[in-house]
Design a protein around this ligand. Structure first.
Ligand SMILES: [Zn+2]
Length: 410
């Protein structure tokens, strides 16, 4: 964790606001996929470490795709050819400052939250991940919604106080008597990040100079995780961009529903009640139509019925009813009207646009024959037994009837 004299001098440690630097190349190692790995005598590039992904930027104009650290030596993977950069060359590096500053805001925001969780809730940081897409903080205790609101409120109070953040190395002697958060034991100098009155934590990453630079800290999600809580957090610019996008969504909904943003939940409740009402009306209408179709079938109508969306149980019972009529006709022989439908008893519920859910029986034959034809000729999905099959198909009534007639008609 110390500034290893044999390794790479970590300029980001003491000068986190430097955006460019000059350094000498100590070694060039092929890194595969059109990249070379550079070891420099010094760097402002923060390597992937402690749950935080590495800085990005350029060295002599060549893109730095990843930065890693091993035994105090920092490796810069640069997209260039073997003869572009040489050992002994003096080079200029430039980090992507927006990316770095966002990481500084988000990392310091995480320290404030972890410090508060430790001091006020006795809950420990057991995991941290800071990438370009997500920032998560795992804490050991399960936290209630009210506690998360309180945590967020207190964290933002610390932002307003604009407290200076101090980062420096402490010798083992100096560390005696300092209570700091750490996931590891150290027998060497330790870099502590101190936010006076809030948090002291062993950490290798660059931080903002004052808490005010964080701007805002938001907890945007909390889920149960390994007996504790995983918080998804956003600080600074990322929080601002997230909230801006959320606001746009609310504005769009507000416009669509012609309601003030504050009235949206009530407006959506009303809308959902209406939808449920329409759905029930439609199901009832479907059932009535079905009853009429079955009544028509009793006097010789078709035993393949198309209807609007109906409840699945109603559909199943109705197929049993028409199977009784259709199957009964075959057994009864003379005196009972013959039904159109080539022996197939089926109900297709839905419409030509969105397709149909079907339940089919084939008295005296295997219903899976119908299922097979539906699958092969119309791309239907589903299955079942010899007695009854069910599935769904995206096709029009006319097409379905043509296929069934072509396959099972005389
Ligand atoms: Zn840290």
């Amino acid at each position: 964790m110390t500034n290893n004299t044999d390794g790479t001098e970590k300029l980001y440690d003491s000068r986190p606001y430097d955006k460019t630097f000059k350094a000498r190349i100590k070694k060039v190692i092929p890194a595969g996929d059109g990249a070379m790995s550079l070891i420099l005598d010094r760097t402002v590039f923060f390597p992937e470490e402690g749950g935080q992904t590495s800085d990005t930027g350029t060295i002599e104009g060549y893109q730095v795709r990843h930065v890693s650290i091993k035994d105090g030596i920092i490796y810069h993977e640069v997209l260039c050819n073997a003869d572009d950069l040489h050992e002994g060359d003096e080079v200029e590096g430039r980090i992507d400052w927006d990316h770095r500053f966002s990481n500084m805001q988000n990392h310091t925001g995480e320290h404030i939250l972890s410090g508060l969780l430790h001091s006020e809730w006795g809950s420990e940081n057991v995991g941290f991940h800071l990438s370009d897409n997500t920032v998560t903080l795992d804490t050991s205790k399960l936290l209630k919604d009210e506690e998360l609101c309180e945590l967020e409120r207190k964290a933002n109070e610390i932002v307003y106080l604009d407290i200076p953040v101090e980062c420096r190395y402490y010798s083992p002697d100096e560390l005696d008597g300092i209570a700091y958060r750490s996931k590891k034991e150290f027998d060497e100098d330790v870099r502590l990040v101190t936010i006076p009155g809030v948090d002291i934590c062993a950490c290798c990453a660059p931080h903002v100079g004052r808490t005010g630079e964080i701007g805002i800290i938001k907890v945007i999600r909390a889920i149960k995780y390994k007996g504790g809580t995983r918080l998804t957090i956003l600080s600074g610019r990322r929080a601002y961009e997230y909230l801006t996008s959320q606001q746009r969504t609310v504005e769009e909904l507000s416009h669509k529903l012609s309601e003030n943003p504050d009235n949206l939940p009530a407006a959506v409740d009303r809308l959902m009640n209406d939808i449920e009402g329409y759905r029930l009306e439609k199901l009832n209408a479907g059932k009535e139509r079905l009853d009429r179709a079955i009544a028509g079938m009793e006097s010789g109508g078709s035993s393949i019925i198309f209807t609007s969306e109906i409840d699945n149980n109603v559909q199943r019972r109705a197929v049993n009813t028409i199977t009784g009529i259709c199957g009964g006709a075959q057994k009864a022989g003379e005196g009972t009207p013959a039904h159109e439908g080539w022996g197939i008893c089926a109900i297709f519920a839905g419409d030509d646009e969105r397709g149909y859910k079907y339940i089919v029986s084939f008295p005296g034959r295997d219903a899976r024959e119908v299922s097979k034809v539906m699958q092969e000729k119309l791309g239907a999905r589903g299955g079942g037994s010899a007695e009854m099959v069910q599935g769904s198909v995206t096709a029009k009534e006319k097409e379905i009837m043509e296929i069934l007639k072509g396959s099972f008609g005389d």
